[in-house]
Design a protein around this ligand. Structure first.
Ligand code: FA5
Length: 340
């Protein structure tokens, strides 16, 4: 047995010298189920009893030697592979002159900036919002109690920790009211997410721009004035607006605000489905419960709020018929709106 082990060790050492990265073959040949070490172990039964113990120890020592050597070879092989990868990886030559093609702003960003400037000129502040919101901010704080059917109006992406991907910019209302109190004029644009089927005019990820004005004697006429002024400026033509009754738990009364179709001027065309009006911006007078939860004294103050569909507004402004183009990352399409 001793002689056998000695010869096998010589054979193994020779193979290790010339393995040429065929480590797996070596492993199978020596450590595999039908490998040479298994064979040695099976041969133990033929060894005289008085030599069995010593032979067993020798085989195990040899096995350990082979295992360690193979481990070592595997480590060396991995290191070599890594070095190969690093050396062949794409190298960036920072000395090559640029082709001068700068990126362009996304159409939605352009419209967002325009709307922000218009509202700023009317005394509004611009705030940021979170994309992950607490259930409280997204629903409870805007008067949508637990188990209320209104929670089903928006298909929500829930996170494992019970928070949500913001379904509406209205989720920022409570935080803004607590931060600024009354009176205040604030807009807060943001990305929203809804777990709904995507089609030419619905995305699961889109932008809204929320606005709130809280003060003394604020009424629906103020709401109409600000919306009309903003939309005329963004669309660069005089537009009329009209209000239709709507329902939102966080506004009372609630409205759907329509704008005269900017493509046909209200005469009727395929875009407005011949009606002459396009639905653009749900809005209403802030529900007293929402103001109260935001710490505002409702005996002194009222306010209006609106939730402009910013993605839809960008589509209208640039005559984009397919909403999916906006999230497509298609550079030729996105760079058509030249402004930086
Ligand atoms: C809301 O989200 C309310 N939070 C708006 C609001 C704010 C009302 C303040 C009153 C006061 P709604 O679910 O209708 O409402 O969405 C508002 C706008 O977001 C829509 O008019 C539409 O322009 C846009 N929008 C909604 N869902 C999608 C979608 N899947 N893809 C693209 N735009 C969408």
């Amino acid at each position: 047995m001793k002689e056998k082990i000695k010869n096998l060790k010589i054979e193994f050492d020779n193979l290790v010298q010339n393995t040429n990265e065929k480590i797996d073959d070596l492993k199978v040949a020596f450590l595999g189920k039908k490998g040479k070490i298994t064979e040695l172990l099976q041969g133990l039964k033929n060894v005289p009893n008085e030599e069995k113990r010593e032979a067993g120890i020798s085989i195990n020592n040899f096995k350990e030697y082979v295992e360690n050597k193979i481990d070592e070879l595997e480590k060396i092989y991995k290191q070599k592979e890594l070095e190969k990868e690093i050396n062949s990886a794409e190298k960036i030559d920072i000395t090559v002159p640029s082709n001068n093609k700068l990126g362009s702003l996304h159409p939605i960003t352009i419209v967002q900036k325009e709307v922000e400037e218009i509202f700023k000129s009317m005394g509004f502040m611009v705030e940021d919002g979170n994309e992950i919101e607490t259930e409280f901010n997204n629903f409870d704080a805007v008067n949508v109690p637990r188990n209320h059917p209104a929670r089903d109006m928006q298909d929500t992406f829930w996170l494992d920790n019970g928070e949500v991907l913001k379904t509406q910019t209205s989720a920022g209302q409570n935080r803004i009211l607590r931060k600024y109190g009354a009176p205040c004029r604030v807009i807060f644009p943001g990305r929203c997410f809804r777990n709904e089927s995507v089609d030419a005019s619905h995305e699961n990820t889109f932008f809204q721009l929320e606005g709130m004005m809280v003060g003394k004697d604020i009424n629906v006429a103020n709401l109409i004035y600000f919306m009309k002024t903003m939309l005329s400026k963004v669309l660069k033509k005089d537009v009329d607006v009209r209000l239709r009754p709507g329902f939102f738990p966080f506004t009372e009364p609630s409205f759907e605000l329509d704008v005269t179709c900017p493509f046909c001027g209200g005469k009727g065309c395929p875009t407005c489905k011949q009606g002459g009006w396009i639905e653009l911006c749900p809005c209403g007078m802030i529900h007293p419960e929402v103001l109260r939860m935001g710490g505002v004294d409702t005996t002194k103050y009222q306010g209006f709020a609106f939730g402009l569909g910013l993605t839809r507004l960008a589509m209208m402004k640039y005559n984009i018929k397919e909403i999916r183009m906006l999230n497509s990352g298609n550079i030729p399409f996105l760079s058509q709106t030249k402004t930086r």
